[in-house]
Write a protein that binds this ligand. Structure first.
Ligand code: GUN
Length: 283
């Protein structure tokens, strides 16, 4: 039996089609949604992500603005930029692309974005909303994965879900979203004992630790759904996920390829969070 491929572009296109009429309504009644993206410095991966975010805004008719301070910027200067964006009525969402250079205090930056404009769901108020299962913006990549599971009708309730990686951007919010859908959730990390054994119990395995092709055959329960969040660039320029592609094709019931799996969903959910923020501000 060959594994089913979970197509991130198919899910993205559905999400974006559902947003178009909402954006049209906002434009007719008020103005288009507005997103400001702050990209500090020239990290090559961040530049690619930000370019796609701005391009998708353009295709949907979302107003977007890119702010690109030098990587020598101080925390105070960056806080000043964000404060200016917080005060502008036509900006509904503010995204500060991660990672930030080491001299910038990330925590102070994240709390400086007004929670209503926090389209990443990174502000502690919105992290609290997630933990308490209250409404609010959710981190885009985990939210996109939940959309993928829902639209492919992959059951979550009562399943064993294992999340490998405990980042604030993916691992932690992913675990909470799965928990809120009544999965039994285990979070693993670099100090976890018998990682392959724990992963083999997973009905849903989410690999989000940023180690190329680390998840091999002995981590995968036959028939499992395997979600690969990894985006590792090899020296030859090719993208490889955190999961070994051959192992997952042979063993999984369904899996997300790299590229074309999880990647497209992050931007779709950013657009969704931006439209939602605009509706909240205007309606
Ligand atoms: N860097 C990697 N992923 C993300 C994301 O979802 N949001 C932001 N702001 N930065 C990132």
């Amino acid at each position: 039996m060959s594994a089913k491929i979970l197509d991130g572009k198919w899910v993205r296109d559905q999400i974006l089609s559902e947003l178009r009429p909402r954006i049209e309504r906002l434009k007719q009644a008020h103005r288009p949604p507005g997103l400001a993206v702050v990209l500090v410095g020239h990290d090559p991966a961040s530049e690619i992500y930000v370019r796609s975010k701005i391009k998708t805004c353009g295709e949907l008719g979302i107003y977007s603005e890119k702010v690109t301070p030098a990587d020598t910027i101080s925390t105070e200067e960056l806080l000043g930029i964000i404060e200016g964006l917080n005060e502008r009525d036509e900006i509904d969402g503010i995204l500060v692309q991660m990672p930030l250079p080491p001299q910038v205090d990330k925590q102070r930056v994240l709390v400086s974005v007004h929670p209503d404009k926090d389209v990443d769901g990174f502000h502690p108020v919105n992290v609290g909303n997630l933990v308490a299962n209250h409404p609010g913006p959710r981190a885009c990549t985990p939210a996109g994965i939940m959309e993928m599971l829902r639209r492919y009708e992959i059951p979550v309730a009562g399943k064993n879900a294992v999340v490998v990686g405990r980042s604030d951007i993916v691992g932690k919010p992913m675990a909470l979203l799965l928990l809120h859908q009544n999965a039994t959730v285990t979070i693993c990390h670099s100090k976890t004992a018998d990682l392959p054994g724990i992963c083999r119990r997973a009905d849903i395995l989410v690999a989000a630790m940023g180690r190329p092709a680390f998840i091999t055959a002995d981590f995968i329960q036959p028939g499992a759904t395997v979600i690969d969040v990894g985006m590792n660039r090899k020296p030859d320029g090719k993208l490889v996920g955190d999961v070994d592609p051959e192992a997952v094709q042979q063993l999984a019931g369904a899996y997300t390829p790299v590229p074309g799996g999880v990647g497209p969903l992050t931007i779709a959910m950013l657009m969704s969070n931006t439209v939602h923020a605009a509706e909240h501000h205007l309606c």
